[in-house]
Design a protein around this ligand. Sequence first.
Ligand code: FAM
Length: 434
Amino acid sequence: STDLKSVLAEKIPQQQERLKAIKKSYGSKQMGGVSVDMVIGGMRGITGLLWETSLLDPDEGIRFRGYSIPELQEKLPSAIPDGEPLPEGLMWLLLTGELPNKEQVAALSADLRSRAALPDHVNATLKAMHPNTHPMTQFSAGVLALQPESTFAAAYEKGINKMQYWDPVYEDTMNLIAKLPALASTIYRNVYKGGDLIEADPNLDWAANLAHQMGFQDQETQELMRLYQTIHTDHEGGNVSAHATHLVGSALSDPYFSFSAGLNGLAGPLHGLANQEVLSWLFRVRDELGDTPSKDQVKDFVWATLKSGRVVPGYGHAVLRKTDPRYACQRVFAMKHLPDDPMFRLVSLFYEVVPSILQETGKVKNPWPNVDAHSGVLLQYYGIKEQNFYTVLFGVSRAIGVLSQAVWSRALGLPIERPKSVTMDVIEKKFSGT
Ligand code: FAM
């Protein structure tokens, strides 16, 4: 079938049974201990969440439903021959666990297009905000402005049976994801282009329409957008944006509330805002040292950043211990399309210099670059120069991952989250023997 909802609906009963069997057979088994360091360290490394859509291996990086990024670049349908994957294809995979064919992806694209129009009051809400409001604040507020449309909230109020929760959550997920290109591009055009909005093109796919509505019509920018929107979708469940979405959703707050919460987390400089920070940082390098600094100059610059008590943006990760494959695929894209771009050369120079310096500090667990070290330079090259907007593009993509999981969280009947906290007093009393 080319109907995503019915393909998904067929899968749900077997996965519900599977989870029941897991609970019955293994419910009382232990999965790793918890140390005091883990408690203090932001629950670091504690296995404590179920997340079906993707899994992160520290060395290998992300796999979406078992597939690596290079595998998906090969296997997912593309808009042009040998082109980048269509994010709708990944969405199909995340929701159903199955690779879609071209017809299924085309049907999903068409379904999203039919739901894409933004109600007028949303732009009015955005325009009522202070003109200096950061695009991420506007994006999160725009998602909340759509919340009155929530099918789940309405169904809950009417007393829907909990076995059916996944259905209106699916409808909210589709409606919200469909509207994100219009919402994001409205923010972009309001903030940077005098509010001159561009209509969606009924012949374009979801990611190409995002580029188109922002004002970028050439095919290569649209290809970049397809790749960008595919690779930022999901990074298993414990990262701040995924976990925040999951946590808020576990209280049965609808997908608009929970995704907005996720965006508020993505807006932090240690998480999604790092892509904006990387660009500002590269510009400082260029302003101080010119387009072609020497290795030693770059080394000094990195050390100066560290000595001033700041982090090197775009490097390090809480889970990954190797170069992020999301970085690697953007590097391949750059080598193909913009090998001589001075900013790409600068990014490559940092790749040569930063890891050994971070290793020398002796405390950074992962000295390698993450996704955010590369994305901004690609966007710059194609004329998307406003780095304050970059995290919005990350957020648009992240919706696909975290909301696909939200559908499954409700289908599987996952309960409200409630980890236990303790005071310092409790730790001291427990281990000091007093
Ligand atoms: N530059 C300088 N110091 C760093 C560092 C970096 N890039 N990465 C880690 N450290 C420090 C960290 O601040 C900590 O220092 P203290 O002991 O003084 O507090 C120490 O090294 C150990 O940290 P860790 O265990 O290696 O990393 P965490 O798991 O605590 O933090 C990150 C992970 C991502 C927050 C951290 O590596 C970082 O701040 N990176 C720079 C910001 C960034 O690029 N964030 C984006 C991450 C990205 F994948 C995403 O979410 N989109």
